[in-house]
Design a protein around this ligand. Structure first.
Ligand SMILES: Cc1cc2nc3c(=O)[nH]c(=O)nc-3n(C[C@H](O)[C@H](O)[C@H](O)COP(=O)(O)OP(=O)(O)OC[C@H]3O[C@@H](n4cnc5c(N)ncnc54)[C@H](O)[C@@H]3O)c2cc1C
Length: 383
């Protein structure tokens, strides 16, 4: 089949975000071309992600995006026609100081008001859930049983296959090299093999989003930040019920992975870069912090580690939707560590902006304009 020369929408990037957007547009009848410079979809940040899916955020907009995504992940087979590998093992937040506990008390009220079934647990109740959990320093915990872990590969390929069934074309191994803009509106996307004319372009380029935006004359505050994760060999005490644990004291998170444990931590001192090397000193620090919360990890044998890139904004929240003064350019960027879990909802959000002129979820707090207005959105639960 010859390469398409025009489309209603060109999506730049086939990670979980671009694939989800392409599916929701195509199922509603739009002609869609997705440009992905790698030979496969989902090998960018998506392919390096921990797969965590949680609704326990401190801002309503993040809760609503995750809640809508959880509903899609629960019904992935019916809605998308694929298995999402969604294991609702729950997220357990461990809270070790009074101020954080007070903040989570307010969040529990928010979650109740939005019908998210998260609840407070005493430290003893948390230890009943995770035998061996160190609780001596804990003030309390929260647990949401409908949070969990999904498979980034299955979810992304599920969206790709479903989008294709609705006629979307994925041009794999074909990079976008520019965006053609004239008189304040988008006219198409440039590639080495020629231009694809389109009145609408979706920037779904993950950590490379700022570069893509610059082609269209847009300053997008999205920076790449290395994030590392490490796994252990299988451990006999890791049961099917082992939840995702987030230790708010150290920032360490961990979940079940191939019979062992995966541990990760956002290094607050990491400078922006495209570096994805492993730092073994950092690995040792992450494991030592993880052992403080789950002492049995002391005996664990190291298995593997990898690093990927967060696409981070100044307030650690996504940038979604149109750009004022530039017709036809849509942002689906800057997810700052929670893009995978929100990807099922983002497809509908961006398709709504393009096809209906508005999002089905009010994401006005996540517009690019918030940076010009200096109205950053404070999200307390950034991991
Ligand atoms: C270690 C780690 C752990 C994480 N854990 C979680 C987690 O537990 N839960 C969660 O929700 N999120 C997590 N994240 C974040 C999550 O992975 C990202 O937010 C999400 O994958 C972003 O998806 P994306 O599609 O926007 O980006 P990507 O997956 O990076 O996709 C962007 C695509 O655009 C392509 N591209 C770029 N430029 C061009 C161009 N010029 N032309 C064509 N194609 C281009 C790239 O090749 C890439 O495939 C984690 C991230 C990391 C690194």
């Amino acid at each position: 089949m010859s390469a398409p020369r025009s489309a209603d929408v060109v999506v730049i990037g086939a990670g979980c975000i671009g694939a989800s957007v392409a599916f929701r547009l195509a199922e509603r009848g739009a002609s869609v071309v997705v440009l992905e410079r790698e030979p496969m979809a989902g090998t960018g940040s998506t392919g390096h992600c921990a797969g965590g899916v949680r609704q326990q955020f401190s801002t309503a907009v993040n809760v609503l995006l995750s809640k809508a995504s959880v509903i899609t992940l629960e019904n992935f087979q019916d809605e998308v026609g694929a298995d999402a590998g969604f294991d609702q093992c729950g997220y357990l937040f461990c809270l070790a100081d009074e101020a954080t506990w007070q903040s989570f008390q307010k969040q529990l009220a928010l979650w109740r008001s939005l019908d998210v079934p998260a609840r407070a647990l005493t430290p003893d109740e948390a230890r009943a859930l995770v035998p061996g959990l160190e609780i001596g320093d804990l003030v309390g915990c929260t647990f949401c049983p409908t949070d969990g872990i999904a498979d980034p590969h299955l979810v992304t390929q599920g969206f790709v296959a479903a989008a294709r069934r609705h006629g979307a074309v994925f041009e794999l191994g074909r990079a976008a090299t520019g965006v053609r803009v004239e008189k304040g509106r988008v006219l198409g996307v440039l590639t080495a093999a020629g231009e694809i004319a389109a009145p609408t372009v979706v920037n779904a380029a993950g950590p490379y989003a700022a570069e893509v935006a610059r082609w269209a004359g847009v300053e997008l505050p999205v920076a790449p930040l290395r994030r590392q994760m490490f796994t252990t060999q299988p451990l006999p005490w890791v049961t099917d019920k082992f939840p995702m644990i987030v230790d708010m004291k150290s920032g360490v998170y961990m979940h079940r992975e191939s019979g062992g444990i995966l541990v990760g931590l956002a290094d607050k001192n990491e400078p922006p870069s495209f570096n994805t090397n492993i730092d073994f000193e950092f690995r040792d620090l992450v494991f030592s912090l993880a052992v403080e919360r789950v002492p049995a990890l002391e005996e664990a044998e190291y298995r593997a580690g990898w690093a990927g890139l967060y696409e981070t904004t100044p307030d650690h929240n996504a940038i979604l939707g149109p750009v004022p003064g530039l017709e036809g350019f849509q942002c689906a960027n800057g997810f700052s560590g929670h893009g995978f879990m929100q990807s099922p909802a983002i497809g509908r959000v961006i398709a709504g902006f393009i096809l209906d002129g508005r999002s089905p979820i009010d994401v006005s707090e996540l517009s690019l304009e918030r940076f010009q207005r200096h109205e950053l959105l404070v999200e307390a639960n950034v991991i």
